[in-house]
Design a protein around this ligand. Sequence first.
Ligand code: GSH
Length: 225
Amino acid sequence: MSDLCLHFAPGACSRVPLIALETIAVPFRVQLIRFMKGEHKSPQFKKMSPSGKIPVLVVDGTAIPQNVAILTWLAKTYPEAKLLPEARSTLAQAQQLSALLRFSADLHPLVTRIRMPHFFCDREGAPERVTEIAITNISEQLQQIENDLLNQPWMLGDDWSVIDAYLHWVWFRITGAGFDPSPFAAITSHYARTLEMPAVQRAISREKDAEAILESEGLMPRFKG
Ligand SMILES: N[C@@H](CCC(=O)N[C@@H](CS)C(=O)NCC(=O)O)C(=O)O
């Protein structure tokens, strides 16, 4: 059995692999990263994650940074957990990768701009404008997802996959920052269904424990939402 350790922070996109690991139900450890202390920018951390970002999954001492890499590794290593449907052809594999990358490369940067617009403009810039543009762009993306979810319960069809965990995190993050959920009834219902899943509840409970630690140390980040 592999030794697994997920480097994470409460509320961050590490929730997606956290849900994946809780779904697999394999023993794993977590390592809380304290953003407010800059732990993610330390030379030691950057040896694991050159971009200085979480999540990182350390597997028997070898680090895997980047959500898509972690999630595809977990899906292939623990196929019985059905994190992704079996991809029988290279074309099907490419499509799965593309669905995951849509979240990590297209949606996630918009989430970051909505929550932390000040990182994307200088002192003269207008963070409200960054947020506004990101909201317009993410709304277009979410409208397509909304239309899909009006016809099927989960992102890939009838069965839950880790891509649903990604949508859960995006929705949690943007609605937590004041994004208006009202035009997106199907996504709102999708989110409510994910909250009922025991693996999601266990992941959130781990985050709550980590939040308590950060609060006690005075290191809980205070962003919008
Ligand atoms: N492409 C990366 C992005 C990861 C990412 O942006 N993580 C955020 C937390 S949600 C982070 O560590 N931010 C710290 C920073 O950029 O300084 C992935 O998909 O894993």
